[in-house]
Design a protein around this ligand. Structure first.
Ligand SMILES: Nc1ncnc2c1ncn2[C@@H]1O[C@H](COP(=O)(O)OP(=O)(O)OP(=O)(O)O)[C@@H](O)[C@H]1O
Ligand SMILES: [Mg+2]
Length: 262
């Protein structure tokens, strides 16, 4: 892809977003400013609507109300493939690497939205695909290097411990140089050593050219890496602010520790 066409990355502005399924409210009047250059945390108990919110940002879910704007661009009606082309990328709550492909090949799939011929032809031994495949392979290697795991490029996913699998997934999400990167519970299933490596990796991704949003249940990780945190509870925005502000917010404490009077 030509980097010459890349524009300055704008913040992502979400205004009054509401989503429901068959009358069940999943998100109610959510407004957020997701700033380029920040790491934004999105936390909340199970079922709060965190993954659904990501699905609204990527266009998988269509909110009934509200707007999502990146610069001048209104995104609500933009289909998921076009949002990917605009620079939206994500990782999933459950590791989703293809077990039949090497780590590097899995990372190359992240270049799909930039491929001139489509990723499948880049995998096939056709003349047109070969040059692109080589180029993509190089970019995959660089993405793995950025996360400090270039040594696992030729391994199969089944050979990796959970911490490296997560980093490989993140490599796939960043290989196309996204403008918006959404990570859904990247620390799930990781031990404390792996979580510390993940924290370093996340901090290394912070960039003025990137809107980075992390959904997590691991509070220590969120407090450590985030500049700003939004707290969802049963589909509503409960609180937002710096890690210190959120940690000290009585509503947040009540939701996380339970109200002893109840
Ligand atoms: N496609 C759907 N159809 C119906 N209900 C849905 C759908 N997707 C999500 N929901 C409901 O929306 C609510 C929020 O779910 P969501 O997965 O967004 O929560 P979450 O905050 O990501 O939770 P967790 O921390 O457990 O991952 C849940 O009650 C869920 O059942
Ligand atoms: Mg979720």
């Amino acid at each position: 892809m030509s980097t010459a066409v890349m524009t300055k990355v704008d913040s992502l502005l979400v205004d009054n977003l509401s989503l429901s399924f068959g009358g069940v409210k999943v998100l109610t009047d959510i407004s957020m400013s997701l700033n380029a250059g920040d790491i934004t945390g999105l936390i909340g108990p199970n079922g709060a609507g965190k993954t659904s919110f990501f699905n609204c940002l990527t266009g998988i879910y269509s909110p009934q109300k509200g707007s999502i704007r990146m610069g001048e661009e209104r995104l609500e009606k933009v289909p998921p493939t076009q949002r990917a082309a605009l620079g939206f990328s994500r990782s999933f709550q459950h590791v989703a690497l293809c077990p039949e492909l090497t780590v590097a090949e899995n990372v190359m799939i992240g270049l799909d939205r930039l491929s001139r011929t489509g990723w499948l032809s880049a995998f096939l031994p056709l003349a047109g695909g070969r040059a692109e495949r080589q180029h993509n392979r190089q970019r995959a290697q660089e993405a793995l290097e950025r996360l400090g795991i270039a040594h696992v490029a030729d391994l199969m996913p089944s050979e990796l411990p959970p911490g490296l699998l997560r980093l490989a997934e993140i490599a796939r999400a960043i290989v196309g140089e996204p403008k918006v990167l959404l990570l859904d519970e990247p620390a799930a299933g990781l031990n404390s050593v792996e979580t510390r490596s993940l924290a370093l990796a996340l901090k290394s991704l912070r960039s003025p050219d990137l809107v980075l949003v992390v959904v997590e249940h691991d509070m220590d990780l969120i407090m450590d890496v985030c500049d700003r945190i939004y707290v969802l509870n049963v589909g509503k925005l409960l609180a937002s602010g710096s890690p210190d502000q959120v940690r000290d917010n009585p509503d947040v404490v009540r939701v996380y520790l339970g109200d002893e009077d109840e």
